[in-house]
Design a protein around this ligand. Structure first.
Ligand SMILES: NC(=O)c1ccc[n+]([C@@H]2O[C@H](COP(=O)([O-])OP(=O)(O)OC[C@H]3O[C@@H](n4cnc5c(N)ncnc54)[C@H](O)[C@@H]3O)[C@@H](O)[C@H]2O)c1
Length: 329
């Protein structure tokens, strides 16, 4: 199956944990538009009701407020869906460093007990399960670009370990579910993704720079600005995740945009595209902040026929337009 925007795999009923978050809400939208019923499960620790407000009245959409650290169910009736789930996308987790540093224990619980409960849900209904892991599983990498064969370089007790190790544990749990029970599960390692519905104060580079540029404030670049990230526009990431959902691959499979950009260049591009007169201010770099990040997407290209198609300029323009719309109320 070629994963174009027009060939989203068809599911009867998809459950999206963390569905009221940035990525989750785009996944819920894409799945509903492809004809699936969708149940969004979220505890709103970082997600927002307005992210799924546009779906609230759509037939087939159900929102359940629940913390997946406790066992949960979405049986027909409770969820409003007419069919049992045939897909579970496990996207619940604080994801920005500001969020997981503020909620270290909840992040560890969500990645461990929460993933176990989401896997149990998939097992109960025989649904395909896809776990959202992260490029943070590679830590501060000593191999560049990072391929799925690289095992990573993670500080297991540093401040970021609450996220990195929870995600690595979630991967181990998912892989064990496949080995010990023959379950139909998959792992995607998502690299930095940006787009509409990110929170201006979530601490991640794109929403921070866009917010600052639109407000005429200095853009705060950490370190000397030469550290790199590779940024995928949300539509590309959603297409990659759904291609993984439609496959039977275990993975892990990297989903990200291999076009690398330095933080300083990103800040300058945001200033140019917003037409802002803001300058740059260099601030201290957080501990364990990786110096480089770039996915090797050979596997996704070969096995999922997926690759990103939205260039940084275009994705940033769409994101900036959304932030302007929010500011205009
Ligand atoms: N956005 C990225 O660049 C990126 C990169 C790598 C991995 N990911 C992964 O993708 C997923 C979504 O990330 P995002 O950027 O949309 O973040 P987000 O914070 O916008 O969304 C996370 C959602 O999960 C919900 N949540 C958290 N803990 C929960 C719990 N215990 N029970 C129920 N709901 C809970 C939050 O309320 C929120 O709606 C996360 O698992 C994250 O680790 C994202």
């Amino acid at each position: 199956m070629v994963s174009t925007p027009h060939s989203v795999p068809r599911f009867r009923h998809a459950v999206v944990t963390g569905g009221a978050g940035f990525l989750g809400s785009h996944l819920c939208t894409a799945l509903l538009e492809s004809g699936s019923e969708v149940t969004c499960v979220d505890d709103f620790c970082t997600g927002r009701r307005e992210n799924v407000a546009h779906l609230a009245d759509r037939p087939g959409f159900t929102l359940i407020e629940a913390d997946i650290c406790h066992p949960f169910d979405v049986e027909a009736g409770a969820s409003g869906a007419s069919a049992p789930p045939d897909l579970v996308l496990n996207f619940a987790s604080p994801a920005s460093p500001a969020d997981y540093l503020r909620m270290p224990l909840h992040t560890l619980e969500t990645g461990s007990a929460g993933t176990r409960n989401a896997l149990a849900l998939a097992r109960r209904y025989g649904a395909r399960f896809v776990h959202a892991s992260t490029s943070e599983a590679y830590g501060d990498p000593q191999e560049h670009p990072q391929s799925e064969r690289y095992w990573g370089h993670v500080n297991p007790v540093g401040p970021r370990s609450v996220y990195d190790e929870a995600k690595r544990f979630g991967e181990a749990l998912t892989a064990a579910e496949a080995r010990s029970r023959g379950a139909n599960v998959g792992i995607v390692r998502l690299f930095n993704t940006y787009g509409p519905r990110m929170r201006g104060y979530d601490g991640r580079a794109v929403p921070t720079f866009v917010r600052q540029a639109l407000a005429g404030e200095e853009l705060t670049v950490t370190g000397d600005g030469r550290q790199t990230r590779s940024l995928a526009y949300v539509d590309d990431t959603v297409r990659g995740v759904l291609a993984m959902a439609g496959s039977e691959l275990l993975g892990p499979v990297n989903i990200g945009n291999p076009d690398e950009i330095t933080m300083q260049h990103l800040a300058e591009l945001v200033i140019e595209l917003t037409g802002s007169s803001s300058g740059l201010r260099f601030i201290e770099r957080p501990s364990d902040d990786p110096a480089v990040r770039c996915p090797d997407i050979t596997l996704a290209r070969g096995k999922l026929q997926w690759e990103p198609t939205v260039p940084a300029r275009e994705g940033l323009e769409r994101t900036i337009a959304w932030f302007r719309g929010q500011a205009a109320g």
